[in-house]
Design a binder for this molecule. Structure first.
Ligand code: FEO
Length: 169
C-alpha cells in the first residue's frame, strides 16, 4: 500500500509526464509549421514516450492499490525561434524532470517504500538517456550553426526516429 504522501507525489509526476508530452507535441507542431518534418517527427515520438512514462506510473499507482488523480495540464509554450532554441528548452526540461525523479526517489526512501524505490530506478536510468539524447542534438545544432543545408541534414536524420514502447519497469 502506498502512503498518502507517496501517492500524491506519484500523481503529480503523472501530471509532469503528461505535461512533457504536451510540451513536445507543441514543439512538434511548431516544427511542422517551420517545415522541419524530421524534427517534428522526433518530437512527436518524444511526446508518445512521455505518455508511456505517465502510463507506467498510472499503472503502478493502481497496481499498488492507490487512487490515481488526474490534475490539470498546464498550457505549453507554442513557438520557438529556431530548432536550437527548442532543443535547448527540451534539454532544460529534461534536467527539471530528472530533479523531480530524484525528489520522488527521496520520498520513497523517507517513506521506506522499497517497492516504489525499485520502480523509480527505471526512471532514474531513463533520465540519463533522456538528457543525453536532447543534449546530443543541441550540440549537433550548435555545430551546424545557421547553415541551412546542414540543418536540413540533421532534420532528415532525426526524421527516422520511430516509437517503440519502453521496456516494462
Ligand atoms: Fe519522461 Fe522525458 O522524461
Amino acid at each position: 500500500m502506498l502512503t498518502e504522501r507517496m501517492t500524491k507525489a506519484l500523481n503529480e509526476q503523472i501530471n509532469a509526464e503528461m505535461f512533457s508530452a504536451y510540451l513536445y507535441l507543441s514543439m512538434s507542431a511548431c516544427f511542422s509549421e517551420m517545415n522541419y518534418s524530421g524534427f517534428a517527427q522526433w518530437m512527436k515520438v518524444q511526446a508518445m514516450e512521455e505518455m508511456s512514462h505517465a502510463m507506467k506510473i498510472y499503472d503502478y499507482v493502481i497496481e499498488r492499490g492507490g487512487r490515481v488523480e488526474l490534475l490539470a495540464i498546464e498550457e505549453p509554450a507554442k513557438s520557438w525561434e529556431t530548432p536550437l532554441a527548442a532543443f535547448e528548452a527540451a534539454y532544460q526540461h529534461e534536467q527539471y524532470i530528472t530533479g523531480r525523479i530524484n525528489d520522488l526517489m527521496n520520498i520513497a526512501i523517507e517513506e521506506k517504500d522499497h517497492a516504489t524505490n525499485i520502480f523509480l530506478q527505471w526512471f532514474v536510468t531513463e533520465q540519463v538517456e533522456e538528457e543525453a539524447s536532447a543534449d546530443e542534438i543541441v550540440q549537433k545544432l550548435k555545430l551546424v550553426g545557421d547553415h541551412g543545408n546542414a540543418i536540413f541534414m540533421v532534420d532528415r536524420e532525426l526524421g527516422s526516429r520511430t516509437f517503440t514502447l519502453p521496456t516494462p519497469a
